[in-house]
Every structure is written in structure tokens, then in C-alpha cells.
Design a protein around this ligand. Sequence first.
Ligand code: COA
Length: 451
Amino acid sequence: MREIKVPDIGGIRVPIIELLVKVGDSVAIDTPLITLESDKASMEVPSTHAGIIKEILVKLGDTVQEGDAVVKLEEAQSIQTTQTVQAQQTPATPTISKPVEIAVTSTQTVAQNTKSLQTNTFNLANTVNNTLPADITSSVNLDDTIYHASPSVRKLARELGLHLKRVTGTGLKNRITDEDLKSFIKQALQTGSNNSTNNSTAQANTSLAGLLPWPEVDFSKFGQTQSKPLSRIKKLSGANLHRNWVMIPHVTNHEQADITELEKFRVQLNKEYEKQGIKITMLAFLIKAAVAALKQFPNFNSSLQGDDLVLKQYFNIGFAADTPNGLVVPVIKQADQKGIVELAQEMAELAKLARDGKLKPDQMQGGCFSISSLGGIGGTYFTPIINAPEVAIMGVCKASYQPIYNGKDFEARLILPMSLSWDHRVIDGAEAARFNTYFAQVLADFRRITL
Ligand code: COA
């Protein structure tokens, strides 16, 4: 049995973002086994030997360095030898040439597959280049290094003259998978366009959607300007937000929660925990209230998968965090099993990691529902964009004292403005109103959480 190891990758530890083989696969020399991705580039680790994969020694998300074993492989040569021995020992075995066939066949299959893939790629490239709108095929020279994709996806995109910025990645860290690329091409082929040859993203997207081209303005005619590239996070989150905005039929319901009593409790708790350096903000209570509301309205804790609604039995809550480089959404896992103090601590840790740009991919994954709090900044209401594949998001703004009529007089009450955006394919208006009402009731009287 041979172990295939990570070759010299420049003395760094790099995460595995793709497993390209599974146990039982036949591989040839140079068949890619895994994809690694550093901050700057992705690379495949090829097999140094031909044979059959017997064991995968790593998993997705592991970080590896030079010399780490990736898979155990039964070499083509040893398959042949073992089976030859078996054939010699067992008189009933028809022919000893069979093992040779096995070894050769598996290698041939890989070679044949590779060849047929190349042929298919060539045909696809021809078809796509002849059929895709000019503005999609004209961007071959643009830099694509900031888009996460395996070398094979990059290669195919290059061959098609397609810039990866056009493709929305659905994989880990918004990675553009083989499927993403293919579905983009499929959609482009179906939609078609004869629009202009300008290669700006906005224009390409508008032409795909059959919209007017993005306005091209020479701003310098009106005054001085300065160009500043978007940050990497902004580009990634922008692509996600754009997809979510376009693909999800959003509706936003607004609500007000009377948090007068809850705020008193929060202030009291903060006094108690001050010495321990723990600060409890309203967000921790919002996370807990969100869990209660998701339990009460399970449709909100779901994702659409084709014609099925996948209902989740776990409660992971994401919260939007503003960082110098843009918006990220860390996820608090199993929020249902954590108390307010623990939630506040974890939130503070995740928010710090987010601001320092140190969040790991798994700390931003697995969310069921998101909360976007602008409470520390200001504003009254807004329309948050749903974080797909989730089906709803709660946005809150700054609480303020309002005169509320109590049946006799106007009383000063602390009112939190809430804005719930929901996916109308999954949720109806009445259900959303009930969710919001319940959410506000829990915040108004937190004892309800125990019911
Ligand atoms: N109403 C009134 N005050 C509020 C409030 C609310 N809804 N929410 C928070 N505050 C107060 C806090 O109590 C705190 O006050 P203090 O300093 O006097 O104690 C202050 O505002 C700052 O709170 P903040 O540091 O923002 O903590 P948080 O727990 O509320 O939020 C983050 C943490 C990470 C979510 C927040 O810093 C952040 O990044 N928000 C922006 C999210 C965003 O960009 N959303 C938009 C997506 S489109």
C-alpha cells in the first residue's frame, strides 16, 4: 500500500477545500486527489502513482503541509501482482492474464475518461464561444486570481473565455464549483444575448437578464474622481447579495418590540458581569428570541431544495458583523443550548475574529437564520437581504423611547424597530406577521421563552 503525500508547497500549511476522489476510485499518475487553497491561489495535489484508492487520510477543511499523507493507494503494479498470485494459487481461475487486464483497464479507463473529457470540453468550448453573448466571452484577459475555484474549473473557464467574476460560487468560501460553472454556461446558453461587447460585470449581468445595459458614464466630465478597488469581502458578499436579491422574492414586515423591561434586565446583568469583563448587548437576547421563534414557526428554520423544504432540527444563528473590509456573517452554533451570557461571550469573540479578518470558513457556515443589528449605529427600519439558503432574516435598528398609550395615558417605553425579510416562496404574509408578533412578545416579556 502506498501513501500519496503533499508535495513541496512552499513550506506553508494550507486548507483542503475539495476532495476529488473517493475510496474505490481508480487513479492514474497525475490524477488530482485534493485541492488546496491558500490566500492567494488554489492547487491540486496529483497522485504520484496509478492504482486504486483504499483510504482517504484527510477530510475537507483539514490543513496540510508538505509530507502529510493524503490517501492510501493500492498500486496498479501490486494489484496485478496480488491477483497474479491468486490466479496462480487457484486452479479454477480461468486465466492469469486477467490481473494485467485489470491494471491496464483501470489506467486505460482514466486515460479514456480524460480524453473524452478533453473532447467534451473542446466541444463545449466551441459551442459556448459560438453561442454565448460577446460580452461574456470577451473577458479572457481579466485577472481571476481572487475567485476561488479549482485549477480544472479555472482551466475550463479560460478555455471558454469566461471570466470567473461572472459566476456565483456556491461552494466552501464561495468557491466556484464545477457545477456552478456548468449551470452558468447552461443558463447563458439558454438566455443568449446580442448585446454590446463591453465586458463590465454589470453590463454582462443586465444583458443576461434582458435588462438595459448598465449606464457607462465618464464621471471625470463632472469633477475629479478616484478609483478604489472593492475589497475581497465586498466582492464575495456582493456576488452573494446580488444572487439572493435577484433570486429570492423578498417581502419585509416591520414590527415594534417593547423592550423596556428587557433593557432594565440587560443593564442589571451587565452590572453583575462587569467584573468578569462580560458585556451583554441586545443582540444576545435577539439570538435567544430568534431560537424561540424558529421553534414556534419551523418553516422559518428551513431551506428550499428543489421542490422540497428541508426543515432543520438544529438552531444555528448568524449575525451580520460590520468589518473594515465589509460585511461578514459569523454563525453561533447550537444557540438553543446556550445561555445569554455564553451567547454574548461567543458573539463578542466571533465579532472580534471577523473584524481582524480571522474567521474560519466553518465559523460562517451552517446558519439557519440571520440577524442584522444596526442598533448600535442608528436608523429606524430597513429591508435586510436574506442570506441564502436561509429563508428569513431579522433586521433591528436603534431602540428609542416612544410615547405608548397604555389605555389611560401615554407612557415612555423603549421601542425596538424590527424588520423581518422572508422568502415568499416558503412563507406567507400571515405567517410572517405571526412570527414577528411572537418575536416581539418574547422580547417584551422574556419569560415567554420558558413556555
Ligand atoms: N438599540 C439601542 N442600542 C443598541 C442596540 C439597539 N437595538 N443594539 C446595540 N445597542 C447599543 C449597545 O448596547 C452598545 O451600547 P453601549 O456601548 O452604550 O453599551 C452600542 O449600541 C454598541 O453595540 P455594538 O458594539 O454594536 O454591539 P452589538 O452586540 O449590538 O452588535 C455587531 C455587535 C458585531 C453585530 C455590531 O458591531 C455590528 O457589526 N453591527 C452592524 C451589522 C451590519 O452591518 N448590518 C447590516 C447588514 S446589511
